[in-house]
Design a protein around this ligand. Structure first.
Ligand code: ZN
Length: 311
């Protein structure tokens, strides 16, 4: 039932492939930008302010791992000047779109130069949802793509955004650098808040829904002892469920996480079986979700969820 609804909602949302992120009605001389996921769109808006018009490809509620764009997206993208993406295979669905968009579009891969967590480093050597091994920004699935959920890495991404905006639109170079610096300071404060909060956690081990929090965990000293969905949408085997329930008991874990973009049923089953809380961590956020309608807001929302699970 849930799966049917989920698939239905993808079909529904595919009619709204392009969600306007900027409230402005008129483009004017704003720099037209496209970004794959909402957290990146927000970073670009924080740096670019009034001089950019940012469009998000992924609709609210969709997962980049299961997204299927319509061909009409290619046409819409051709009017943008920059496409900001994570890379590491997260935007596997964008390869054709970018190759057809022509020389007018600058593609900026924000994972360039970031030390990546490789799939083999994951729990028990379980295959992650990044199992393939083809070397390109669209298919390099040997590594984990969820880099933005670590604010220190987000700072590197923001620096890349500042450089890209300044290069493509150097009339506003000073503006981008000033806004960018203010935002970097805000990310420093966010990092500080998360570091202090996580340091007070009694429990440092967790079970994740899929491997989205690995960069966050590495930064702040948390440890994943189980991944419920090795690949998004793939249900865990009874043996894996048994293992995870055993780990929850062994490490006295108090909660199991799910994510709003993916079917939570497996996490619910495990939470019931282990008799622990069932909580939602949100790696994506969205422009219309109160408290999660900015990257910093999203991270604070998630920090509170972590707190509930780990204190
Ligand atoms: Zn993910």
């Amino acid at each position: 039932m849930v799966e049917t609804y989920y698939r239905g909602s993808i079909v529904f949302w595919s009619f709204f492939l392009i969600i306007h992120f900027s409230p402005s009605q008129c483009l004017g001389d704003k720099l037209p930008i496209i970004s794959s996921i909402f957290p990146i769109a927000d970073m670009v808006r924080q740096v670019g302010g009034e001089h950019v018009d940012v469009v998000v490809v992924l609709p609210a509620g969709a997962s980049p791992h299961t997204f299927e764009p319509k061909p009409s997206l290619i046409k819409k993208i051709s009017s943008a000047k920059i496409f900001f993406m994570v890379g590491v295979g997260l935007e596997f669905w964008a390869q054709k779109m970018v190759s057809l968009s022509g020389a007018g579009l600058k593609t900026v891969v924000l994972s360039k130069g970031i030390p990546l967590i490789h799939a083999t480093e994951h729990f028990d050597g379980h295959e992650t949802h990044h199992g393939k091994n083809i070397d390109s920004d669209f298919n390099l699935e040997v590594a984990n793509p969820h880099i933005w959920l670590n604010p220190i890495i987000a700072k590197s991404m923001v620096n890349t955004i500042i450089t890209a905006l300044s290069e493509v639109d150097n009339r506003h170079l000073t503006y981008y650098n000033q806004q960018g610096q203010l935002y970097l300071d805000e990310l420093d404060k966010l990092d500080d808040l998360i570091r202090k909060t996580v340091a007070s956690f009694r429990i440092k081990k967790y079970v994740s829904f899929h491997a989205s929090w690995d960069y966050f965990a590495r930064q702040y000293g948390l440890q994943s002892v189980g991944v419920i969905e090795a690949a998004p949408g793939r249900n865990p085997t009874p043996a894996l469920i048994k293992n995870i329930v055993a780990s929850i008991k062994k490490y006295e874990i108090k909660a199991v996480f799910a994510e709003p973009q993916l079917n939570p049923r497996a996490a619910e089953v495990i939470a019931n079986e282990a008799n622990v809380k069932f909580l939602m961590l949100d790696p994506m956020g969205g422009p219309k979700l109160a408290g999660r309608n900015s990257y910093v807001g999203l991270m604070k929302y998630n920090l509170n969820v972590w707190k509930e699970a780990m204190e």
